[in-house]
Design a protein around this ligand. Structure first.
Ligand SMILES: C[S@@+](CC[C@H](N)C(=O)[O-])C[C@H]1O[C@@H](n2cnc3c(N)ncnc32)[C@H](O)[C@@H]1O
Length: 216
């Protein structure tokens, strides 16, 4: 990664993590969209969360021949990784129309919609076999409620939700508690909440939880 790309990532992330409403978040991602891919990836090794998530879907036995929703899809890294493994029925939702324009250019998404995941999602119950959500459960972005419950609602029985939650907010942001609640009410079985690399840059490594939930 060049120093310039590196600085851009730091600047945008610093601005994003202190935001408190979706309108501001949308404005920052609309601005970042044109350089996002180059800024977060260098030779495909730095921002590893999307590829690790796609691998986790497959390792957990997710039905990638079925219907997939990539929530907070951004420019489409996760969809591209899943498509390389044979998925061909992927929808994407995201807050930022500009990020979605780049996702559209990948050619791997069927339906791409502007959705604010801090609110109820206008899609039918039990629509998807697999839902991914990478890089979106973090500071200044999407909190655990109502988003986790909404994504669970959209999953078919035995479907998988595979998402990342940055370690910094795993407990303090209420994600762990909401996942425990969803398990306690019998909505999901928690298959995994494991430490994963999120972003690697030399010695500077950001860690996240890889969360895998199965719809009961
Ligand atoms: C770090 S990017 C991750 C994008 C993509 N999943 C990836 O791994 O490259 C976070 C994404 O979350 C989206 N986002 C932020 N707040 C959102 C909200 N309230 N509803 C839906 N998407 C949101 C942003 O627009 C951005 O595309």
């Amino acid at each position: 990664m060049s120093e310039q790309n590196d600085t851009m990532v730091h600047d945008f992330v610093k601005r994003l993590y202190v935001l408190s409403n979706p309108d501001d978040c949308k404005a920052v991602y609309d601005e970042w969209a044109t350089t996002y891919n180059a800024d977060v990836q260098h030779a495909g090794v730095d921002y590893v969360a999307p590829i690790l998530t796609a691998s986790a879907v497959i390792a957990a036995g997710g039905n990638i021949s079925g219907s997939i929703l990539d929530a907070g899809c951004g420019t489409g890294f996760v969809g591209v990784a899943l498509a390389k493994s044979g998925a061909n029925n992927i929808d994407g939702i995201d807050l930022s129309p500009s990020m979605l324009e780049f996702a559209r250019k990948t050619g791997v998404y069927k339906d791409l919609t502007v959705v604010d995941m801090t609110k109820a999602i206008n899609k039918q119950d039990q629509s998807y076999d697999v839902i991914t959500c990478v890089g979106t459960f973090t500071q200044g972005h999407v909190g655990p409620e109502p988003a986790l419950q909404e994504l669970v609602r959209l999953m078919k029985k035995d479907g998988l939700l595979v998402c990342t939650v940055l370690n910094d907010v795993w407990v303090s942001g209420g994600y762990k508690a909401e996942i425990e609640r969803l398990e306690a009410v019998g909505a999901v079985t928690v298959l995994k909440t494991e430490d994963m690399d999120y972003y690697r840059r030399g010695d500077d490594q950001q860690k996240a939880r890889m969360v895998i939930l199965k719809r009961v």
